[in-house]
Design a protein around this ligand. Structure first.
Ligand SMILES: NC(=O)c1ccc[n+]([C@@H]2O[C@H](COP(=O)([O-])OP(=O)(O)OC[C@H]3O[C@@H](n4cnc5c(N)ncnc54)[C@H](OP(=O)(O)O)[C@@H]3O)[C@@H](O)[C@H]2O)c1
Length: 225
């Protein structure tokens, strides 16, 4: 599979690349092509030192928009504030069959702590903005909001966590579930259609507040039963 990571130079992008390059061809994206290429070279060194010759995928770098050409999956690993501009640039490069993954969290901060921007500023959830900017809505899948980049990047360790997944098309959800299952210790929990994404996105400010107030490093979420 060919996976493009828009904003792949950030912490989450590095984690996705390191986890998925074991089996897939990953293209790191940036607004600056040289920065993307440098990040890709760095990530591939880390991956090779860990996986050795058992790794069959690759990591390369490109600009945020060219990477979408020929991609089966594109992950938007960018800040909430940049969704509209990024989707505008991407839309003419991405095929309508490419699955688009949004791990984006609209994260704000007030004196009380971290908050969920759509709730306090009456803005839209990230997944809704992505669906408007990069339709068809059916190919958008929302996931990975409550995963810590620190744990994702640590490829030798198990995440021991769940991630909530939302999407309208079960074929697209199933493809993302397969990528989730390739990340050691990560379990997919389906939450419902994309309209439910706000519930998954809002978990991150809650987790960050719990982390700060209780001095818990990089907490995750796991359903128990
Ligand atoms: N960090 C976490 O633990 C975590 C956990 C769960 C979900 N998330 C979500 O996952 C997404 C990525 O997280 P992250 O921590 O990796 O984000 P980040 O480091 O803040 O940003 C990722 C990349 O986005 C690009 N970028 C920054 N400003 C931009 C702009 N105005 N327009 C276009 N691109 C821009 C930058 O790449 P270039 O400068 O190379 O273009 C940057 O390296 C975010 O939406 C975040 O809410 C993060």
């Amino acid at each position: 599979m060919r996976i493009g990571i828009v904003g792949g130079t950030g912490g989450m992008g590095e984690g996705f690349a390191l986890r998925w390059c074991f089996k897939h061809d990953v293209v790191i994206g940036s607004r600056d092509t040289q920065k993307a290429k440098a990040a890709a070279e760095n990530y591939i060194k880390i991956a090779r030192s860990s996986y050795g010759s058992s790794m069959i995928g690759s990591i390369s770098g490109n600009d945020n928009f060219s990477l979408a050409e020929g991609a089966d999956v594109v992950v938007l690993s960018i800040p909430y504030e940049s969704i509209d501009d990024t989707c505008k640039g991407l839309s003419s490069h991405i095929s309508t069959t490419c699955i688009v993954v949004s791990p984006i969290v609209p994260l704000g901060k007030s004196d009380a702590g971290f908050d969920y921007i759509p709730m306090v500023q009456e803005k839209k959830p990230a997944a809704e903005m992505v669906a408007e900017g990069l339709g068809p809505r059916s190919r958008i899948v929302s996931a990975f909001h409550s995963i810590s980049e620190v744990k994702l990047k640590d490829i030798k360790s198990s995440l021991d966590a769940d991630t909530f997944v939302c999407g309208d098309d079960m074929g697209c959800v199933s493809a993302v579930n397969s990528l989730i299952s390739e990340i050691n210790g990560l379990r997919s929990i389906y939450l419902g259609p994309l309209a439910m994404s706000y519930q998954a996105e809002a978990l991150t400010p809650m987790l960050l507040n719990a982390s700060r107030k209780n001095k818990i490093k990089n907490p995750g979420i796991k359903l128990v039963y």
